[in-house]
Design a protein. Structure first.
Length: 255
């Protein structure tokens, strides 16, 4: 009996020792899992931190690119506007039309579906037609007479292209559209003349109203401002406009 009890005690001790060893193994496994979990959390946090940092850099880069693009576009618009004023100033001197009139009528040309290029071509042709009529060329003289438009003033001097254009516009405003009007337009203004009929049908009052509307919108260049634009191009070609902050197109040009 005593021997059986001793064997039972030894067996229980052995089982207890085995249980303790298994418990230690389980505890070690749990510790390893815990360490692995912490390491994974640390790696995940590190990756998220890198992602956030990269996103911040990307955001800054995109923002800088947008600002640079906007600045470049704005500078390009300023330069384009200055170039337009420069061309208008030169062309105004060539055909005898005020710079304010040329730049002020651009909006009206667009609204009537007429290109500024066609308008400039027609003004050049009208300038020549005035000279031809004054010299007695039959076609131009007959066309002006049909419209009742004089090409010389009371002192016998040639009238300006702008004055004659306004008279033609007034005649067209009261004249029925059709073959006669189209013929006169092409005879005096060239092949682009027919394209200008809707624009000229406004009459001189309509042209003045369009100039005033353009002036209110800041689209009109004065002769002084356009001359400054020309001087700017002559002085700073090729113009370096990148990064400039400009509050007024003409005020920033040299005088």
């Amino acid at each position: 009996m005593a021997e059986d009890l001793a064997k039972l005690v030894l067996r229980m001790e052995a089982q207890t020792a085995q249980y303790q060893r298994e418990l230690e193994k389980s505890r070690e496994k749990l510790n390893r899992v815990d360490r692995a979990t912490k390491k994974m959390q640390e790696n995940t946090s590190r990756r998220f931190a890198l992602m956030e940092k990269g996103a911040g850099r990307l955001k800054a880069a995109v923002g800088a690119a947008v600002v640079a693009f906007a600045t470049q576009r704005f500078a390009g618009w300023i330069k384009q506007s200055i170039d337009g004023a420069d061309r208008a100033n030169k062309f105004a001197q060539q055909v005898g039309v005020a710079t304010e009139t040329l730049t002020g009528l651009n909006l009206g040309l667009e609204l009537s579906g007429t290109s500024s290029k066609a308008f400039e071509t027609s003004l050049t042709r009208l300038n020549r037609s005035i000279s031809d009529a004054a010299q007695g060329l039959a076609t131009q003289k007959r066309a002006f007479n049909d419209l009742g438009v004089e090409v010389v003033d009371s002192r016998g001097k040639l009238r300006s292209t702008e004055e004659v254009l306004r008279d033609i516009s007034d005649r067209f405003a009261s004249m029925e559209d059709g073959a006669r009007k189209t013929a006169r337009a092409q005879e005096l203004l060239g092949r682009s003349g027919a394209e200008l009929i809707p624009f000229l049908n406004q009459g001189s009052d309509g042209l003045d109203a369009m100039i005033e509307r353009s002036r209110a919108l800041g689209l009109v260049w004065t002769q002084e401002g356009a001359a400054a634009a020309e001087a700017f191009n002559l002085r700073f070609l090729p113009a370096q406009t990148g990064g400039l902050l400009i509050t007024s197109r003409s005020s920033f040009c040299p005088r």
